[in-house]
Design a protein. Structure first.
Length: 120
């Protein structure tokens, strides 16, 4: 049985912007991104290049530009756009009645390898 936890309302995330959600144990924040089309995605708030805070980047389409070196990171799977390589860990998101939910294990703060890709 999956444990989904409400973390905010969709409207709490700026359109074409982000907000962060703390994880237990100080294992790095999650960044919640909202596209212009109201899609919501969750990534570990750490660029795979130099660890820049993706939540402070510019959201465009279904991507975010890292604020440090302008790497483009896909919001749906965290992969860097070529020619760059690497990815930010992505996490499953559920939306119900205008509220955003993340799985409990995503918030538990289990350590993630910087190069880890895929849903956590």
């Amino acid at each position: 049985m999956e444990n989904w936890i409400e973390v905010c309302r969709v409207d709490d995330i700026p359109r074409q912007g982000a907000r962060t959600v703390a994880r237990a144990g100080g294992e790095g924040n999650l960044a919640l991104f909202r596209t212009d089309g109201d899609e919501v995605f969750a990534l570990l708030d750490r660029c795979p290049h130099k660890g820049g805070p993706l939540s402070q980047g510019i959201v465009f389409g279904r991507s975010v530009a890292c604020p440090l070196h302008n790497w483009t990171i896909a919001l749906d799977d965290g992969r860097a756009a070529p020619p760059d390589e690497g990815c930010a860990r992505s996490f499953a998101v559920r939306i119900a009645q205008g509220r955003v939910y993340l799985r409990g294990d995503a918030l538990a703060g289990k350590p993630d390898a910087p190069e880890a890709c895929g849903r956590g």
